[in-house]
Every structure is written in C-alpha cells, then in structure tokens.
Design a protein around this ligand. Structure first.
Ligand SMILES: [Fe+2]
Ligand SMILES: [Fe+2]
Length: 224
C-alpha cells in the first residue's frame, strides 16, 4: 500500500513493512553473493551520518530528516540488481509514495537516491551530498561476512582492515573530517587509495556541495 506524504518521516519510512521487506531482500541477495552487509546496519549508519552532518552544519530540521530518509533508502535498488541500483532504488521509493502526493520533497529524496553512485558528478543538493557522505564513509569491518582473508576480494579486504571510521564536522572552519583507523597488517594505505580513490574524490565533491573542505586522516596521518 502506498505511503501518504504525511508519512514521509523517518519513522514512517522505517516502520513501513514494504520497505523493511525490500531491505531484507537486498541484504539476502548480497549475502548470497558473498558481498558485504547492505541491510539494516548500513542503512542506519548511512542515515545517522547524513543527518548528523546536516545537523552539525545547522541545516534545517526538515532537510536533515529528508537526508536521513534518502540515506536510509539509498541501496534498496540492490533488491532488483546491483547494476543501476541507484536508479531502480529511486523508482522503488517513488512506487511506495502515492503519486498524487509527489512534491519537491519527494523528488529531492528520489534524486538523491538516484544519483548516489554518480561519482563523476557533484551531488545535486545538500540532501544528496549528505547521503553520499553517509554512504561512502561507512567502511566498518563488521560489514564483511567472509572471515577468511584469503578468500575475499581486495575491496572487501580494505574494508576488513578499517577498524574505525569517524566523520567529524567543524562548522566554524567549514571542514568535514574523515578519520580512518586501518589495520596495516591487513592492508596498506596504498591499497586503501588504490581501491577508494574515486570514493574519496566523490566525498570531497559532496563536502564541497556543503561548502566545506574534506580532510582525510588515515592512522593519524593527513592525506587530504
Ligand atoms: Fe549504492
Ligand atoms: Fe551504500
């Protein structure tokens, strides 16, 4: 049953059985493929980070909530396929909203979801930028399902090496700081950049949309 626009609140989205089913199936599909966790954990972490960034920058409460919603939903398109999951995710979101109630807020969320993998473009709004930062900074090693380090691909290996990732906003200096703690016995800093260079540049683009610079620290060393 479609959600009505008055239910476009984070709690309304989170309590929708339809959306919970999509998230559950997304994560099931990723588990079968042996990919990292893409369910409730990644959705919540992305949502909280997106909301906190906009809150720290004194953006409006509604903008914070829309960013939280978009970030929570951003990967539901993976239920259909990992290919073009950004665009299918946006369409899935539109499908759970009564189309008579489409408005600027609905489109702001749909556009943010639909563009979240466009690494060569600037995010189109603060909501989209907060989503990108929430998503792309979620490099927790707990998301890796395969315990045997020899069996996982290099992307997963880099994430398995990330002991901690923190996003710290300094509004006065207009800086968004990403602090990552890497276990160098699992991967090197060079490995991190080899795998995550485009992601890092995308986070910088997103920070710039929020009129901030991105600083990146790995094991206390400043790289950006
Ligand atoms: Fe994604
Ligand atoms: Fe994601």
């Amino acid at each position: 049953m479609p959600l009505m626009s008055e239910l476009l609140t984070f709690e309304g989205i989170k309590s929708s059985p339809e959306i919970q089913t999509y998230l559950e199936f997304t994560d099931k599909a990723f588990a079968i493929m042996g990919y990292k966790e893409h369910g409730q954990g990644h959705a919540m972490r992305s949502a909280d980070t997106a909301e906190n960034i906009l809150k720290s920058l004194d953006c409006g409460a509604r903008e914070q909530e829309l960013a939280k919603i978009a970030a929570y939903l951003h990967d539901i398109g993976n239920m259909v396929s990992i290919r073009s999951h950004d665009q299918s995710g946006a369409v899935i979101f539109l499908n759970v909203i009564d189309e008579n109630l489409y408005d600027d807020e609905i489109f702001a969320v749909a556009t943010a979801i639909g563009g979240h993998e466009d690494k060569n473009m600037d995010p189109v709004s603060p909501i989209a930028a907060a989503l990108v930062l929430g998503d792309k900074t979620d490099v927790r090693r707990e998301r890796i399902r395969t315990k045997d380090m020899f069996l996982i691909d290099k992307h997963s290996l880099v994430i398995a090496a990330c002991r901690k990732a923190e996003v710290i906003v300094n509004k006065e200096k207009s800086i968004i700081k990403l602090k990552i703690d890497i276990d160098a016995s699992i991967c090197s800093v060079m490995d991190y950049f080899e795998i995550f260079m485009s992601r890092t540049i995308y986070c910088k683009r997103a920070a710039n949309v929020l009129k901030c610079d991105l600083e990146l620290y790995i094991n206390e060393d400043k790289f950006l």
